[in-house]
Design a protein around this ligand. Structure first.
Ligand SMILES: Nc1ncnc2c1ncn2[C@@H]1O[C@H](COP(=O)(O)OP(=O)(O)OP(=O)(O)O)[C@@H](O)[C@H]1O
Ligand SMILES: [Mg+2]
Length: 324
């Protein structure tokens, strides 16, 4: 099921939200659209689902133009952030609802509901009212309801954001397993780079109405195309210093991840603060009273300490763009 987005453009009034997005999504991909709040992620999903119409552009699925089809004719399942479950209905009835709407036979409905309930591990709560189950269970019910229709592909809009950190971590693993088992294309939206890195086969970084970079998670981490992506991807933003600090042209900037450095000798930095993440320590430092850098450390340091660091690996950026 190949999905082609061609020059998708959408404005609200004179606010251009999507500015000519062209992208192909391959069959079976877990394609994650990543971007900060307000960049147009939900708008793009709604355009693909047919809930919003693009001002310009086309959506082609398996060679067929869907741009003018109403949502119900697209056979796409969408899972929203708030799950949009039918309140005061049982889990079973929620999952069965789209099939009842299609006037499917009772036995077939039952068979399908049982199959997805098993896949999601919610067989034991089918009789419960959806308002009386946990957030994690509600999220599974919403996914089950989407799965049961056997759609051509899935759109998921931050479906895990209502869960607490630990449940979210477990749910991520489950989502990945489910996607593998059903073997269908998922287009998944999130503002959380960590979530994107752990779920995606490919990530598209949405910024200023365009996909600023599309690639495999580790490629984005290793070779961010722009300074903006470099500072958005990663638990810490990439560090930047003028090139002359390491014998490069002063017109280029060198970008380096904290773990691409080694403390001991080299460039001087003053420690502003320190943070511990489990066993790892990170020093937040300033170089020459001007440039902020984050460095990993094996030892505790006091605020005001002077440390020295070497850059073991770096990328070069010219005018904010990766230059080689
Ligand atoms: N129906 C609408 N009318 C006018 N403006 C809208 C409408 N829907 C969205 N917008 C605007 O379009 C921009 C993109 O909104 P969208 O909901 O797509 O962002 P998002 O990336 O999903 O954000 P979030 O991460 O907060 O969910 C925002 O500035 C929003 O205010
Ligand atoms: Mg949104």
């Amino acid at each position: 099921m190949t999905i082609q987005l061609i020059d998708i453009t959408k404005s609200y009034g004179n606010h251009v939200v999507l500015n000519g997005i062209t992208q192909e999504i391959e069959d079976g991909e877990f394609f994650v659209i990543l971007g900060p709040s307000g960049e147009g992620k939900s708008t793009l999903l709604k355009v693909i689902a047919g809930i919003e119409r693009p001002d310009k552009g086309k959506i082609i699925v398996n060679g067929k133009d869907m741009t003018n089809l109403p949502p119900e004719k697209r056979n796409i399942a969408m899972v929203f952030q708030n799950y949009a479950l039918y309140p005061n209905m049982s889990v079973y009835d929620n999952i069965a609802f789209p099939l009842k709407m299609r006037k499917m036979k009772k036995e077939e409905i039952k068979e399908r509901v049982m199959r997805v309930a098993k896949l999601l591990g919610i067989q034991d709560i089918l009789d419960k009212n959806v308002l009386k189950i946990s957030g994690g269970q509600q999220q599974r019910v919403a996914i089950a309801r989407a799965l049961v229709r056997d759609p051509v592909f899935f759109l998921l809009d931050e479906p895990l954001s209502n869960l607490d950190a630990r449940t979210r971590f477990v749910a991520r693993g489950e989502l990945k397993r489910i996607q593998k088992e059903v073997g269908k294309t998922f287009i998944y939206v999130t503002h959380d780079q960590k979530e994107a890195m752990s779920l995606a086969t490919r990530i598209a970084v949405l910024h200023k109405g365009k996909f600023e970079q599309v690639g495999k998670p580790l490629d984005l981490y290793e070779y961010p195309k722009t300074k903006w992506v470099a500072q958005f991807i990663g638990d810490f933003p990439m560090n930047f210093l003028p090139g002359n600090y390491i014998g490069e042209d002063p017109n280029v900037e060198v970008g380096f991840r904290p773990e691409w450095t080694e403390l001991g000798s080299g460039i001087k930095a003053v420690v502003d603060s320190m943070e511990a993440f489990g066993e790892s320590l990170y020093l937040f430092c300033t170089v020459d009273e001007k440039f902020k850098v984050i460095l990993p450390s094996k030892e505790w340091h006091d605020v005001g300490d002077v440390v020295k660091f070497e850059i073991k690996k770096y990328r070069k950026y010219k005018d904010g763009v990766l230059s080689e």
